[in-house]
Ligand binder design. Structure first.
Ligand code: DI6
Ligand code: FE
Length: 438
């Protein structure tokens, strides 16, 4: 066989289109914008080898999508405008960080230090610290200042293979400031090339203006903030903090109802510090995800089973809060609830900007397997955002992929620290691709 004779010009060439007989899909040849070779692929496709592994793989990319993936020996004869050599590294789907609060202003390191020196949360709250200090700083920041302070956090995630990030509001707690957070989140996505999904979390905490009037604040969120976010097209979903120190299940249900009225899907901070029935509430509302879940009961897990609601677990907050109650991982597994992992990047309880580290912590602290951990930052994390076009490497999916200088996929969960990410392609565009010393 003579590949060159079957090779056609790239699809972008008008000539190739004109010459192409109707219905002829050129099964023996193809045109790609980009081809990735000399890699092993953990495709995360289910039903085959662990991790969906394809050794000595090649990927053909066209129009921002994966057009072909398989063993390099089977790569169709093709024309490609560009080839990326992987140097024997591994590739995975681009990672998806599906629960972050990374757009905020200020810094709470001094509170961390004071607590280590003996101050209590109550002392710090009395002095106006804690979450309200972040709210004050975020309200006071201009769009530019907020973006400048938040950019390094997004950049750190992106440098470690994250190609999609969810970013919540929740440090504005008034309509204008909540919208400012969402606007900055979207702008950071444009600026960095990372795919950003925004979530309105106005029901995160009670702002000082509504002290003692939580129901009035929920009214305000439902009548003003949700409609304004929907009208501006700034929110992809709505979230709430359902907790004894947050909002009650009844208040949460009202937030969900308002979200539904505006066609916005919901997610929930559920059962993080106590069992308030949050997991069942989220599943009952057809939520995209229920997040945290340390205190979720068997009944909560049963409610999630078969609901399609993804369990998003957050090892960084578990660690930083010195939590000892493990999320019900075995029960979730038995109930076949998909489990995602995320950084929960926030200044109070999870100052984390490494999603890969969350994989390792989930394995070591919770006994998850490295394969489940990688599924948790790829395919299941995408589903937690309602995204079905990414999270696995397969034809038709967005060509979001991360390259890693590792010897096998388990190394992503095994290593603690360092950054093994050696390349990223986002929607078919190389963001970086390090050549390795020979
Ligand atoms: N759960 C948490 O642990 C954080 N928010 C939430 O919903 C706390 C956020 C903060 O302290 O800034
Ligand atoms: Fe959170």
């Amino acid at each position: 066989r003579t590949p060159s004779s079957r090779t056609i010009a790239p699809r972008s060439s008008a000539c190739a289109r004109l010459r192409r007989p109707p219905g002829d899909e050129f099964p023996m040849s193809a045109a790609f914008d980009l081809v990735v070779v000399d890699v092993h692929a953990a495709t995360m496709q289910a039903g085959g080898a662990p991790y969906g592994i394809v050794r000595d793989a090649a990927v053909g990319i066209r129009d921002g999508l994966i057009a072909w993936i398989g063993p390099r020996a089977d790569l169709p004869a093709h024309a490609a405008t560009r080839t990326l050599e992987g140097g024997g590294d591994w590739i995975t789907p681009g990672l998806v960080d599906c629960h972050t609060h990374l757009v905020y202003a200020g810094n709470r390191a001094h509170e961390f230090e004071r607590r280590r020196l003996g101050a209590t949360y109550a002392d710090i709250a009395r002095e106006g610290g804690g979450i309200m200090s972040t709210v004050r700083a975020t309200r006071a920041a201009s769009d530019e200042a907020l973006a400048a302070q938040s950019l390094p956090r997004l950049a750190a995630l992106a440098a470690e293979g994250v190609t999609t990030v969810e970013i919540k509001s929740g440090y504005g707690l008034d309509t204008a400031s909540e919208l400012k957070q969402l606007r900055v989140a979207r702008a950071l996505g444009k600026r960095t090339g990372v795919s950003v999904r925004t979530t309105l979390l106005a029901a995160h905490a009670l702002p000082p203006e509504f002290a003692g009037r939580a129901d009035d604040y929920v009214d305000y969120v439902c009548r003003e903030t949700i409609p304004a976010a929907a009208a501006a097209g700034l929110a992809d979903a709505v979230d709430a903090f359902c907790e004894t120190i947050g909002f009650t299940p009844a208040q949460t249900a009202r937030v969900f109802e308002a979200a539904r009225a505006y066609g916005l899907p919901v997610k929930l901070h559920a059962d993080q510090l106590s069992d308030t029935g949050g997991a069942a509430l989220a599943a009952g509302a057809c939520g995209l995800s229920a997040d945290h879940l340390e205190y979720t009961s068997d009944a909560g897990v049963a409610a999630m089973a078969g609901s399609g609601t993804v369990a998003v677990l957050l090892p960084g907050a578990f660690y930083a809060l010195r939590e000892t109650k493990l999320p019900p991982i075995d029960a979730l597994r038995r109930a076949r609830v998909p489990i995602a992992l995320s950084t929960d990047c926030n200044p109070g309880t999870s100052p984390v900007t490494s999603l890969v580290l969350m994989q390792g912590m989930a394995c070591t602290l919770w006994n998850m397997t490295p394969e489940d951990a990688l599924a948790g930052t790829t395919v299941h994390a995408a589903r937690a955002l309602g995204l079905h076009d990414r999270g696995i490497l397969a034809p038709g999916m967005r060509a979001d992929l991360a390259r890693w200088s590792i010897a096998e996929p388990a190394e992503l969960s095994y290593r603690i620290g360092g950054n093994a990410c050696s390349g990223v392609v986002r929607a078919g565009e190389p963001a970086f691709w390090h050549s390795r010393p020979a």
